[in-house]
Design a binder for this molecule. Structure first.
Ligand SMILES: *Cc1c(COP(=O)(O)O)cnc(C)c1O
Length: 404
C-alpha cells in the first residue's frame, strides 16, 4: 500500500487513466477549434465535442442540445441562478433554496439579494433533508426559481428531488438542481425528476478540472437565460468562448465510464464505506454519524468524534487525506454551516471528519484508516480533560466553568 492515502473524493477525484488517454490526441493532432467550419481540423474537434455532448446527455436522459459547457459547477450554478433571475425578474423576484446548499449556490444568491432578489432559505431536518412540503409552502406568486441540491457534499444526504420537481411543475416554477455530487454516482434522470436546469462537473467524477455543464431544458418549458459571458455566441449564446475540446472529450469519457460502471462501482464503494463505518464505530465509543443513515451517497461517511477537535485529528493522521467539518475563515475556525443546519452542536460539529471513498480506494486503505483513526482518537482523548470528566460520569452540561 502506498502512502499518502487519498480519501477526500468529494473535493475532487483523480483523472481516470482512460479519460487521460481519450483526451491526449485532442491536445496535439486533433487540436482544431470546434467552431472552425471550413476545414478538417475544425470538423475533427467538433466531432469530439458532439460525441461528448451525446455521452453526457444520455447519462441524464437529456437531449444533447440541452447541454451547455461551462468551466465547472460553480459557473453552472452562477449561470443558472443569475441567468434566470435576470431573464425572469419582470415575472417575480422570489427564489427558494435550502440552507445546506454548496457555496457555489449560496454566494451567487447573496449577490442577487443585493440586486433585489428575495431569497427563502429552507431549513433541513436533522438528517439533512429538505421537506418537499416546505418547498410547496414557500412558493408565492412571485416565485421564479427553486434551487435544491441533489446530494450534499459534506454529509452525502440525497434530497427527494423527484417530489420537489413535481411540485415545481404543478406550480409552474423553474427548478434548478446542483447535482455535482450525484451525477455519475447515482441515477439521475432530468425528465423523471422534473429538473429544468442542472449543474455538474467533470472533476468530481474522474474527469479533468476546469470543465462542467449546465443542463438547460428546451421544451416544456423552454428555459431562457441571460448569459454572463457574451462573445461569439457559442453554446446557443448562453456561454461564449472557444470550447476546451480536450477537457470536453475527457468529460464525455468520464461520464461514459460512470454510466458503464455505476451499478458495479456503487456496490463496491458502498461496501468499503460500510466497512469503514462499522470499523470506526466498533473500534471507539462516542462517535456519531452525521447525515442520513440510508439516503446518502455510496462513498460518503461523515462522523463526529466527541471530545476530539477535527483539525487536531487531521494533524494526527497526516498520511490520510480527509476533510474536517470546520472551515478556516480568516482568524477563526467556523464549524460547518451544513452540520449546524442539522442541529449538530458546535462541539460535535468541530469534531467531525468527512471520509470520501472513491473509484481507486482499496480495502487495505480502509483497514489502515480504521486503525489509524482509532489510535489518533484514543491518543487525543487521553490528553483531554473533558473526556476524563465525562468518563467519570460528570455531566459536562452542568459544569460551572470559571469565568475569565
Ligand atoms: C464541487 C462542487 C461544486 C463546485 O464545482 P466546481 O466544478 O469545482 O466549480 C458545486 N456544488 C457542489 C455540490 C460541489 O460538490
Amino acid at each position: 500500500m502506498k502512502l499518502p492515502i487519498y480519501m477526500d473524493n468529494h473535493s475532487t477525484t483523480p483523472c481516470d487513466p482512460r479519460v487521460v488517454e481519450a483526451m491526449l490526441p485532442y491536445f496535439t493532432e486533433k487540436f482544431g477549434n470546434s467552431a472552425s467550419r471550413n476545414h478538417s481540423f475544425g470538423w475533427e474537434a467538433e466531432e469530439g465535442v458532439d460525441r461528448a455532448r451525446k455521452q453526457i446527455a444520455k447519462l441524464i436522459n437529456a437531449d444533447s442540445k440541452e447541454i451547455v459547457f461551462t468551466s465547472g459547477a460553480t459557473e453552472s450554478d452562477n449561470l443558472a441562478l443569475k441567468g434566470v433571475f435576470e431573464m425572469y425578474r419582470e415575472k417575480g423576484d422570489h427564489i427558494i433554496t435550502s440552507s445546506t446548499e454548496h457555496r457555489a449556490v449560496l454566494d451567487p444568491l447573496k449577490s442577487l439579494e443585493k440586486k433585489g432578489a428575495n431569497v427563502t432559505y429552507l431549513s433541513v431536518d436533522k438528517l439533512g433533508m429538505v421537506n418537499p412540503e416546505d418547498v410547496r409552502n414557500a412558493i408565492t406568486d412571485k416565485t421564479i426559481l427553486i434551487s435544491i441540491m441533489l446530494a450534499n457534499n459534506e454529509i452525502g444526504t440525497i434530497n427527494p428531488i423527484k417530489e420537489i420537481g413535481k411540485i415545481a411543475k404543478e406550480k409552474g416554477v423553474l427548478f434548478h438542481c446542483d447535482a455535482t455530487q450525484g451525477v455519475g454516482k447515482i441515477p439521475v434522470d432530468v425528465q423523471d425528476m422534473g429538473i429544468d436546469l442542472m449543474s455538474f462537473s467533470a472533476h468530481k467524477i474522474y474527469g479533468p478540472k476546469g470543465i462542467g455543464a449546465l443542463y438547460v431544458r428546451r421544451k416544456a418549458p423552454r428555459v431562457r437565460l441571460v448569459p454572463m459571458i457574451d462573445g461569439g455566441g457559442h453554446e446557443r449564446g448562453m456561454r461564449s468562448g472557444t470550447l476546451p475540446v480536450p477537457l470536453i472529450v475527457g468529460f464525455g469519457k468520464a461520464v461514459e465510464l460512470c454510466e458503464q460502471e455505476m451499478a458495479e462501482e456503487t456496490i463496491r464503494i458502498k461496501a468499503l464505506r460500510d466497512r469503514l463505518q462499522e470499523g470506526i464505530t466498533s473500534a471507539m465509543e462516542e462517535v456519531y454519524l452525521n447525515g442520513h443513515p440510508t439516503e446518502r451517497l455510496p462513498g460518503n461517511l461523515n462522523i463526529s468524534f466527541a471530545y476530539v477537535e477535527g483539525e487536531a485529528l487531521l494533524m494526527g493522521v497526516k498520511e490520510i487525506a480527509l476533510s474536517s467539518g470546520s472551515a478556516c475563515t480568516s482568524a477563526t475556525l467556523e464549524p460547518s454551516y451544513v452540520l449546524r443546519a442539522l442541529g449538530v452542536g458546535s462541539d460535535l460539529a468541530h469534531s467531525s471528519i468527512r471520509f470520501g471513498i472513491g473509484r481507486f480506494t482499496t480495502a487495505e486503505e480502509v483497514e489502515y484508516t480504521i486503525d489509524r483513526m482509532a489510535k489518533a482518537v484514543n491518543h487525543l482523548r487521553e490528553m483531554s480533560p473533558l473526556y476524563e470528566m465525562a468518563k467519570e460520569g460528570i455531566d459536562l452540561t452542568t459544569v460551572q466553568w470559571a469565568a475569565h
